[in-house]
Design a protein around this ligand. Structure first.
Ligand code: NAP
Length: 317
């Protein structure tokens, strides 16, 4: 039986499945392992079921035992893993696409609604019983007819686009490649970020974190937005230069932000906390029972498929 290290606690039925299929070293206390812990605990293991909280950089990967043949990441994003270093060591890396698309898109829409409709202020007012209905109380931005710019029109971006279109938004997007008319659902393609941002009343960041996208939303690119635009990020914190976004909020260049992800999680730039226009969530994208179960099962199945066939459809390196 193959032996695996599971770095984070999974839902109960998924841990049972992992234990049936493998000699699984589980983390029932859900301790956050350091890179050294992961290196030590993976001695004698054939694979690692990692999560986005595990920083698998080149140094860590190079110190993993020879026996490790696969890192199965419990996430669709794999910015936490140095793919090149893994490839050089002959370690396959897999992810969990598709199964988390719907849940994450729901949060993507929530971010748009929360930021546009002044939800942080509304919650505070309601909790404090410090409000009275009036014709101009907490007037927000209506989505009907507003232009939604999607940066990264992949699986999650396309699902957000479909929901937003049903709410009456007009969809624009930027990818490095244009979608076929079968997949774009009538959205307008922009071949540059500048062109996309200049028509985005609301921006939804949905692309992966990569060398190309780190700090892509920065002082210069934020200026491309129309004044009073809303910026939301359901993808990864590394894509946004926080100081620049906070400054744009301060200057009212940006009306509000909706954020699920941050640089250096679980910390976030404290600058956001000063603004009632910041609708902030603690990385809830895929957090539903159905989705977390499906993700863990897929991460387990990826390991099995790889050991059975020497390949895996969700291999990313
Ligand atoms: P996906 O299907 O691979 O879509 C990514 C999209 O981004 C593609 O359309 C891709 O198009 C575009 N893209 C990639 N690099 C780009 C660049 N440099 N400039 C412009 N566009 C670029 O991925 P997905 O399943 O939708 O997931 C997207 C991301 O969401 C993940 O990588 C993950 O980080 C994040 N996520 C967050 C949560 C959460 O809990 N908040 C949950 C799940 C996923 P081209 O290749 O044509 O450029």
């Amino acid at each position: 039986m193959k032996k695996i290290l599971v770095t984070r606690k999974l839902l109960k039925e998924c841990e049972e499945k992992a234990s049936k299929m493998f000699d699984a070293n589980l983390n029932s206390n859900d301790e956050l392992y350091s890179q050294n812990n992961v290196i030590e605990m993976s001695q004698g293991c054939d694979g690692i079921l990692s999560s986005l909280t595990d920083k698998m950089d080149a140094e860590t990967i190079n110190k993993l035992p020879e026996s490790i043949k696969i890192i199965s990441n419990f996430a669709v994003g794999f910015g936490n893993i140095d793919l090149e270093a893994a490839k050089k060591r002959g370690i396959a890396v897999t992810n969990t696409p598709d199964v988390l698309t719907d849940a994450t898109a729901e949060i993507g829409i929530l971010l748009i609604l929360g930021a546009c409709r002044r939800v942080p202020e509304g919650i505070q007012g309601a909790k404090d019983c410090n409000w009275k209905w009036s014709a101009d109380y907490l007037i927000g931005k209506q989505l009907t007819g507003a232009r939604l710019g999607i940066l990264g029109m992949g699986r999650i971006g396309q699902k957000i686009a479909r929901i937003a279109k049903s709410l009456g938004m007009i969809i624009h997007y930027h990818n490095r490649s244009k979608l076929s008319p079968d997949n774009d659902n009538g959205a307008t393609y922009h071949d540059t970020l500048k062109s996309l941002m200049s028509v985005s009343d609301v921006l939804s960041v949905c692309c992966p974190a990569s060398n190309e996208t780190i700090n892509l939303i920065n002082k210069e690119t934020l200026e491309y937005l129309p004044k009073g635009a809303v910026v939301t990020n359901v993808a990864r914190g590394d894509i946004v230069d926080d100081e620049a976004l906070i400054d744009a909020l301060e200057r009212r260049k940006v009306y509000a932000v909706g954020l699920d992800v941050y640089k250096g999680e679980p910390n976030l730039n404290p600058g956001y906390l000063k603004y009632k226009q910041a609708f902030i969530l603690p990385h809830l994208g895929s957090a539903t029972k159905e989705t977390r179960t499906a993700m863990a099962n897929l991460a387990i199945d990826n390991i099995e498929e790889y050991f059975k066939t020497g390949n895996c459809k969700n291999k990313v390196n």
